[in-house]
Write a protein that binds this ligand. Structure first.
Ligand SMILES: NC(=O)c1ccc[n+]([C@@H]2O[C@H](COP(=O)([O-])OP(=O)(O)OC[C@H]3O[C@@H](n4cnc5c(N)ncnc54)[C@H](OP(=O)(O)O)[C@@H]3O)[C@@H](O)[C@H]2O)c1
Length: 260
C-alpha cells in the first residue's frame, strides 16, 4: 500500500489505544506531527485516527500489535522500515502494572509485563535510536512512573520495571548528550486512565489525580525542552526529592499505605 505523503515529521506512540497514549496522539497531531499508533485494540486506534484526521491535517497509521512478546519490537521496526518512514519521535508509552502480593501473581502475566515495560522498550529504543543517529536525529521519550523512585509493596515487579526505565534512560541520555539524539524519561504519578483497573487496584487513596491529557501535554513539552527527567506535578516532584533523605525501609512502609 502506498503511504500518503506530507512534509510533517512522524511520531511513533506505543500504547495509544487509551489513557496517556491516546491523548499523546492528539497532542502530537495538534503540534504538527503525523502519527504511527500501536496497541492491541485496533478499533480504539481506528477511532483516534478518524477523530484526528477530522481535526488536524495529519496522517495516522494504526498498527495492531501485542508488544509483550520479545520479538514484537523487531516486527514493528521492520513494518515501519518497509513503509519507508523516518521517525522523528518515539514515545515508549505502552505499559501496565499488576498489583498484589508477589506469590499471588501469576508468573506468565508478570513476564508479559516485564517484557512490555522493559524488553520491548529497550529494543525499540535501540532500533530507532540507531536509525535516528544515522539520519536526522530525533527524540525518544520513555514513560516511567513515580513508582521508579521507591520500593512499592504490592506493586513490586512493576516498580522494578519503572526503576529500570528511569535509570536506563538517564544513562543513555548522558552517553549521547553531544549528539542529535535526545532522551527524556517522564515520571507521572497516579493518573486517571485504565491503568488502575488493569492493575486490579481495588482502592486508590489518592485525591486530585491529573487527567491523562494533562500528563500527555506535560510529556510533549518536556520532550520539546529536551529535559532528561520530567516528573509530573508539584507534589510528585517534592515526594521524589524528599524520599532521598528517608531510610529505604520507611519509604517501603509509607508506600504500602496508599494502595490496596
Ligand atoms: N495511570 C497511572 O496512574 C500511571 C502512573 C505512572 C505511569 N503510568 C504509565 O503510563 C503508561 C500509560 O498508561 P496509562 O495510564 O495510559 O494506562 P492505560 O489507559 O491502561 O493504557 C495502557 C496502554 O498500553 C497498551 N498496552 C498494554 N499492554 C499492551 C501490549 N501487550 N501490547 C501493546 N500495547 C499494550 C494498551 O493498549 P491495548 O490494551 O489496546 O494493547 C493501552 O493503550 C504506562 O507505561 C504506565 O505504566 C501510568
Amino acid at each position: 500500500m502506498e503511504t500518503p505523503k506530507n512534509t510533517k515529521p512522524y511520531a511513533l506512540i506505543t500504547g495509544a489505544s487509551s489513557g496517556i497514549g491516546r491523548d499523546l496522539a492528539f497532542v502530537y497531531a495538534k503540534n504538527g506531527y503525523n502519527l504511527i499508533l500501536v496497541a492491541r485494540r485496533l478499533e480504539n486506534l481506528q477511532e483516534t485516527k478518524d477523530n484526528i484526521e477530522l481535526k488536524f491535517n495529519s496522517i495516522v497509521i494504526p498498527i495492531k500489535l501485542d508488544l509483550s512478546k520479545p520479538e514484537s519490537a523487531n516486527t514493528l521496526f521492520l513494518e515501519i522500515t518497509n513503509l519507508n518512514l523516518n521517525i522523528e519521535t518515539l514515545v515508549n508509552n505502552a505499559g501496565f502494572g499488576i498489583s498484589g502480593k508477589f506469590l499471588d501473581i501469576e508468573i506468565e502475566r508478570e513476564t508479559e509485563m516485564i517484557t512490555l515495560n522493559i524488553i520491548t522498550l529497550t529494543r525499540l529504543t535501540k532500533l530507532f535510536a540507531k536509525k535516528m543517529l544515522e539520519t536526522e536525529g530525533g527524540k525518544i521519550v520513555n514513560i516511567a512512573s513515580t513508582a521508579a523512585f521507591q520500593p512499592l509493596p504490592t506493586f513490586s515487579s512493576y516498580s522494578g520495571t519503572k526503576a529500570y526505565v528511569l535509570y536506563f534512560t538517564e544513562s543513555i541520555a548522558q552517553e549521547y548528550k553531544n549528539t542529535n539524539l535526545n532522551f527524556t524519561v517522564v515520571c507521572p504519578g497516579p493518573t486517571k486512565s485504565e491503568f488502575m483497573e488493569t492493575a486490579n487496584v481495588k482502592k486508590v487513596k489518592f485525591f486530585n489525580m491529573p487527567t491523562s491529557m494533562q500528563v500527555a501535554e506535560f510529556t510533549y513539552k518536556s520532550s520539546q525542552k529536551n529535559k532528561t527527567v520530567a516528573i509530573h506535578g508539584f507534589l510528585n516532584n517534592l515526594m521524589s526529592f524528599l524520599l532521598r533523605f528517608f531510610p529505604r525501609k520507611i519509604n517501603a512502609s509509607l508506600a504500602s499505605k496508599f494502595i490496596e
